[in-house]
Design a protein around this ligand. Sequence first.
Ligand code: ZN
Length: 253
Amino acid sequence: MDKCKLCLKESVLQESHILPNSIAKRIKNNGQTIVITNNRHPKAENSNFNYVEPMFCWDCEQILCKYEKYGTNVTINKNLIKRKGDDLVVFKVDFKKYYLYLISILWRAGLTNHREFSTVRLGLPFLELMRNCLLENKLTWQKIHLEDLISISIIKIKNEYPHLTDESIRKIIITPRLDEDNSQTRYYYMMYDGFVFAYYYTGHSSLIQNRTKPKFRLRRSTRNKFPAKGIKSIPIINNKLYDAQLAAQPKKT
Ligand SMILES: [Zn+2]
């Protein structure tokens, strides 16, 4: 028996996935996954994408599963995501469901002991806020509005290499990295399923309202616009894609 990280009750813990299992299955299907991990010198490596850890009780797995069921469908559902010209995508999503789903990923990344996620250090106040919001399916806890603290931006990644396919772009994973934008706002970002997800927040230990919100962020709107950018514009990919391509080559027999 151990303590479930969501409800905090003593229970038999399940092998919980850090990134949703359905995404992992989708990515692993028919080929290798290229993972760019967040080492001091990031390098591309093939991975079985098996990031699991005993974290939640069975009941809480079901709670998280509801967020996942909604969220993991979005990136493959052509009714929910539409291209708008060459440089934009429109997400037609239920804000609360999709935002909490994306928060559940960041939260798990902040909890796990896997080294691939070690960059994510959110601090106890943030983790507690997220935990309570996820447990109660709410955006507010103790009068603190989660979306005032964490803004989430999404970028659709376009393939620019003739020898890569959209499908192979979807199999590139970037495990969480910490970066700063021009106004020195920090954000974590990760890539999977052909999208970069960036979480803008203000600090590790204090719950300060995030005043510099990114232009493209998930809002309480039924139509959210996000940029579509070429893969070469994502710095770490640009630096590392050569390695990734080499790793992606089928091994000669
Ligand atoms: Zn639980």
